[in-house]
Ligand binder design. Sequence first.
Ligand SMILES: [Zn+2]
Length: 546
Amino acid sequence: MNQRTPRHSNAVRHFLIAAAAAVFGIVPAPMLFHPLTRAGEADRQTAPRREAHALWAHPPDAGRNAEAVHQFVNQCRRANIDTIVILVKGMNGEIYWPSRRFPQAVVKGFESFDMLGALVREAHAQEIKVDAWLCDFVEGQNGMAYREHPEWAQLNPGGKTTASETLGAQRRPYPYVWMCPARRPGYTDQWLLPMIEEIATNYAVDSIHHDYVRYPGDVAPDSYCFCDYCLKQIPRHAMLSYETRPDERYRVTPAQERIEANWWSDPTMIPANWQERDRREMADYLLNGRTIPGGPPDMRYFFYNYRVRQIDAFAREAWELIQQINKTKGAKIGISAAVFKNPIQSARFIGQQWGAWTPWISVFMPMTYRSHFAGSFDAYLDHLAETTARQLEWIGDEKPVYAGIATTYLFREEWQPLDDLRDRASELKALAATDAAARDGKVKAIGTGYEPLRPRLAKIAPDREIQLSRSIAALKADATAAAIDELLKLMTQLRNDPPPGYLPVEKLTRSIEAARKARPNGIAIFAAGSLTREKLWPALEAGFRE
Ligand SMILES: [Zn+2]
């Protein structure tokens, strides 16, 4: 799979210096790769090398019949895509292949039409690879794994699942239940690995693709997992006491002046009354306790270390399972992974230390999406190039890295005013009819929020501008439920079907060019559905032209 010629480590340094120079405007960016003359670098530049192109796709993109799959693969071929990463297990635990082992989780319609089988046949006929994409540790509240095995769910210090959490200032409900990666027997070995085994055994896929291969990150990253199993295992993992003399307690021997310098004097850290504590107290100790009395509150180091180890263990087990299947089948199935942009930070926040996964992953696809960066679009282009260069450095050339770009987030400037308007309209709808002052405020905010959008819309889609202006005028005259619904409907239409010209499509090609400055092994685009919705296929075809 387009293995890059190994790079001399000096070349990495040269690149970074050159990249930094380009970022700070010392050397123009296009010159980046030409003045470097070291041997390894020269080889790499003359060696024939093809940039890989991957595309994440959801089942509706591939379609529900053979003809739709055929059309989709043709579209991918035109855009010079060489790997389709197709979702087969979604965030609600639903699956999209006619599973014999987990028929209860198969989405209706996909038990009769074997989308994955059809896609693999069609794609291979056009020399396109197919990766089977699983949302690993996330399941829905109504997902079959959680319904059948609620005891496999991750628990917070209050003994609740992630579905008890909320998102954002609006405290939106969080419908997902994360499953405990550590517990054995449990979700990992009884559900997730058997699913991977079934796919790899029965389909000629090119890779299994990990996603959500981590702990929850957008809700309460420090609150999971404190299930009964983990409450036993975290102290055992760090060996905070001895199992052979469980009641023995040793204090720190203060031989050294600096208190933390006495760590090796063999203190037993777990409190004597550990078993009498409840879940909240145990979790509080594991997060906020001190390894050395009088030292810093550093106990959580072991909690983070434990979590990293659980996700590592799964990545290794999945890899070993695939190797076994490859041996039996005489196949060469690999494992790719969607990971967060920075493995050092994601190790701390979500247990995802992917820089250490090179033995178990064939291709890394970091999600270097704009949604994970603050700043302007131009700043993002620099951040994308710099971050991709760092990712290559973290992986140290051992395995291919594809720069992951999500199209939707590129258009923050274009989508934000629309999303704000839609939020104000929804808030207005939720207000009581008697709350006149608040309702007035929302109507005014909708009026002012529309102003910056108006001239652009009038220019590219005058009909739709008139429709929207009328709808807002009607709302100002009388904010009835029907008037609000009409505006919401128009906003949704605009979001799902923006008029040509509304989105500056060159943002996609410019992002691809920015990622290329770091010379990744490939570029991965998220996702097929948004390319269609945002009418970006022609831009992608141009960006990925040989
Ligand atoms: Zn657990």
